[in-house]
Design a protein around this ligand. Structure first.
Ligand SMILES: [Zn+2]
Length: 338
């Protein structure tokens, strides 16, 4: 019901040509945008990343609407200076996916758009327990999937059923990140190899090295094994950050100053992790709290990010950048993260 109401308001506002008014009332001056995979085969990957068409649209639209795409350092500096001459967007990519280079990079080069890629050590070293890729492979390759740990059997013969089943299984893990490890027997039984998926989907060490020398790229930290840091004891959480920072600095021979909390939601990171990121020597850390950047109360270790992908339409993307999401929260009293 709430979704229907939101869709109605979003389309009404768009149709009535009120977007400029909404924008001036609610839009921030700056936003950090979060991408994961940029997919050519969007449907066969069960719509888990950002389609190439939405990605291209996003960049063209930002340029057309007067957003400057800048580095995170420059963006924060402009926000703190309260520079209102432009609006600023920062592009970030999580996890180090191959298609960020094969698909996204040529588009980013065309727009001369700087970007930040957050890399967990386990991706280039092929040890990442990327349960989300394992689940996707399971539903892509089979029409009947039994997940014993969930005590659930999914019948998913078509695209829509596969997308729904994957969303349900992923949600089950997000509710309690300890559950990720409970999927191992299911993957094993189905012949899904997480290390093979590492090879297929993540950049390797050599590719990260080459990419790090690209003038548009900054490499950021994303822990060693991509855990929900809040679920770890303090010394393990610290080691996840420090070891990953050292690994990436050795690999790229460059300082690694920025960090993204894996999952980035309140179940995965909080004030303790903000202190750890600061102690580890990072100058910023991003969450997945879906908000724009405001100059007031700007905490460099709790920076919000706006996700663009999945089944987002172009209008939904524009609405989010124009601050419509914030308008919903204020008008409908909805304070929950989307
Ligand atoms: Zn991640």
């Amino acid at each position: 019901m709430e979704q229907l109401l939101k869709d109605f308001v979003r389309h009404s506002v768009s149709w009535a040509g009120l977007m400029p008014a909404v924008r001036s009332l609610f839009a921030g001056r700056a936003a950090i945008i979060m991408f994961h995979e940029i997919q050519k085969e969007f449907r066969s990957e069960l719509a888990t990343g950002t389609s190439i068409s939405l990605f291209e649209h996003s960049l063209s639209w930002l340029r057309r609407e007067g957003w400057e795409i800048v580095s995170l350092e420059e963006c924060l500096e402009r926000v703190l200076r309260n520079d209102r001459s432009h609006r600023y967007a920062v592009l970030t990519f999580d996890d180090g996916y191959r298609d960020n280079v094969s698909v996204a990079l040529p588009i980013l080069e065309r727009h001369n758009a700087p970007f930040l890629m957050y890399v967990p050590t386990g991706a280039p070293t092929r040890t990442l327990q990327a349960w989300w890729l394992g689940l996707r492979e399971l539903f892509r390759s089979q029409d009947d999937v039994t997940i014993d740990a969930m005590d659930t059997r999914f019948h998913c013969p078509d695209f829509q059923a596969k997308v729904s089943a994957l969303a349900r299984a992923a949600q089950w893990v997000h509710e309690d990140y300890h559950r990720a490890a409970m999927l191992a027997p299911t993957f094993h039984k189905a012949g899904v190899s997480l290390s093979a998926l590492n090879d297929r989907y993540f950049l390797d060490e050599r590719e990260i090295q080459v990419l790090s020398r690209h003038p548009l790229v900054s490499i950021g930290g994303h822990t060693t094994s991509h855990p929900a840091l809040k679920t770890l004891d303090c010394s393990s959480a610290r080691a996840e950050m420090v070891d990953n920072k050292n690994y990436l600095q050795n690999l790229t021979q460059k300082p690694v100053c920025h960090f993204a909390y894996p999952y980035g939601d309140p179940e995965a990171c909080g004030p303790r992790e903000e202190n750890l990121a600061s102690d580890a020597g990072f100058s910023t850390a991003v969450t997945t709290r879906p908000e724009q950047l405001g100059a007031l109360h700007l905490n460099h270790y709790k920076l919000p990010r706006i996700f663009v992908g999945g089944f987002d339409s172009e209008i939904a993307f524009q609405a989010r950048m124009n601050g419509l999401q914030r308008a919903f929260h204020m008008l409908l009293g909805d304070h929950q993260a989307a």
